[in-house]
Design a protein around this ligand. Structure first.
Ligand SMILES: NC(=O)c1ccc[n+]([C@@H]2O[C@H](COP(=O)([O-])OP(=O)(O)OC[C@H]3O[C@@H](n4cnc5c(N)ncnc54)[C@H](O)[C@@H]3O)[C@@H](O)[C@H]2O)c1
Length: 429
């Protein structure tokens, strides 16, 4: 497979650059490239890959054999609804210590957000003050396109990637406006409520030939209109919703139950979380978007149609509670009621004291690096091989989403192998 070289600067355009996840990603990436920290959690920076068979067997680092962008070539910018620079934002987020943030203070202060596309009704808990003024949503989209061009020119980038790490928008189901490029453009011009800000950024990126990653659960790029646009412009797209804490655990534990043919009666998941994301998700309309993303996982993995006696009657509940004292340090509890031999009940309890942004930041870095690789390899449309990173992986209408973390991992590594002209692993010998 022909992969274009990673030459020149890669512009990284982050929507929600002032958020907890984004600022944690930026601080860590800038510190890692100076050798001041280890990028723990990032496969592109740390993982090895098994290649070859028999005497030819070897296990190099992924980044030593796959032509990935170098961290030193990343130029980071983006948009937010608040004007503060990324240094102030990182302090504000209270994820990292001031000592760690100060290691790259000057570079962080130089990253100032561009004015955002924002309409209050899509994130009701936030009141943006650094917001574009545009008569229609179509005009707002044109302004984002101009921002993209300007960023590329000013920073002398050879290519760009855009990633949504902004707040979760209220739930918008698939509607007529999302079904074709023509309908989508008309809807932007008529300021249709079916078009949310994330969709406007997505349209601006994809129509500018820029790959788009959706780290949140909204539709954004997961609709026929954007698939059509991505296909026409040869642009890779992927999403939705970074797979970090509780859902990552689910996609490890549910395959375990199924592999052992153990039954399931119920799965209750609850969280306490005190950051801005928690505050936004306290609004039922934003929570609904998240809930849909979190609930689909178990059903798809367990396949109740094929195994009605094991999984035909599962009670699955997901709760997120805004609890300010915990800030970004989420605690997630799972109670799993499983069933064994002759129907005897058992319980499994998980208490995950995680740090949301610490888990999400390396996913942002990997997705940026790998989506850029996709584009240089000539891939376009939905990147199912990146399902590994998402709670609710986008998939083509004729395929099922892949949720099992290790099945996703195999798919990702095999795609990398094929990209560099190696045999995919068949795990038979
Ligand atoms: N941290 C995790 O583990 C995790 C996992 C999956 C998904 N996510 C999602 O990632 C997103 C970011 O999470 P976070 O904890 O950083 O939240 P956050 O609230 O700290 O950051 C979101 C940022 O987006 C900005 N914003 C909102 N609307 C915007 C718009 N229209 N344009 C530009 N900027 C906008 C906000 O001002 C804020 O700075 C959320 O949607 C969250 O649900 C996070």
């Amino acid at each position: 497979m022909e992969i274009k070289k990673a030459e020149g600067k890669l512009g990284v355009l982050v929507v929600g650059i002032g958020g907890a996840v984004s600022s944690t990603f930026v601080v860590g990436t800038l510190a890692a490239r100076k050798g001041l920290t280890t990028p723990i959690g990032s496969l592109t920076q740390m993982a090895h890959i098994e290649l070859g068979k028999g005497a030819d067997k070897r296990e190099p680092k992924i980044k030593d054999v796959v032509p990935l962008a170098d961290l030193n070539d990343l130029v980071i910018g983006g948009w937010d609804i608040f004007e503060e620079d990324v240094y102030a934002a990182a302090l504000h987020a209270e994820v990292l210590t001031e000592k760690d943030i100060n290691k790259v203070k000057d570079e962080l202060q130089a990253i100032k957000p561009m004015k955002a596309v924002f309409y209050q009704e899509y994130v009701t808990r936030l009141h943006g003050t650094w917001v574009k003024d545009a008569a229609t949503k179509y005009d707002a989209m044109e302004q984002v396109k101009a921002d993209i061009e300007e960023f590329k020119r000013k920073n002398n980038c050879s290519r760009l990637v855009m990633i949504w790490a902004a707040s979760t928008e209220v739930y918008i189901p698939m509607g007529e406006a999302h079904k074709s490029v023509v309908a989508f453009e008309e809807a932007m011009k008529s300021n249709s409520p079916e078009i949310s800000p994330s969709m406007i950024y997505a349209y601006a990126a994809v129509s500018s030939g820029v790959p788009f990653i959706n780290g949140a659960p909204a539709l954004t790029v997961d609709m026929p209109a954007i698939w059509e646009l991505a296909d026409k412009n040869n642009v890779p797209i992927c999403g939705k919703d970074f797979k970090t804490g509780q859902t990552m655990m689910k996609t490890v534990l549910a395959p375990m139950l199924k592999t052992r043919m153990l039954g399931l009666d119920g799965w209750f998941s609850t969280n306490i979380l005190g950051n801005r994301d928690g505050e936004v998700l306290d609004d039922p309309a934003s929570f609904k978007t998240k809930e849909v993303s979190k609930l689909s996982v178990i059903d798809t993995i367990l396949d109740s149609e094929k195994y009605p006696e094991l999984y035909g009657n599962i009670y699955h509940k997901v709760r997120i509670n805004y609890y300010p004292p915990r800030k970004d340090n989420k605690e997630g509890w799972d109670n799993i009621d499983l069933v064994g031999w002759m129907g005897y009940p058992m319980q499994l309890k998980v208490d995950f004291l995680c740090r949301d942004s610490i888990l999400a930041a390396p996913l942002m870095l990997d997705l940026i690096i790998l989506t850029d690789l996709s584009q240089r390899a000539g891939f376009k449309g939905i990147q199912t091989w990146l399902s590994f990173y998402f709670k609710s992986p986008m998939h083509t209408p004729d395929t099922e989403p892949l949720h099992d973390l290790f099945a996703q991992f195999v798919k990702m590594k095999n795609t990398l192998r094929v990209m560099i002209g190696e045999e995919p692993e068949d795990y038979l010998g």
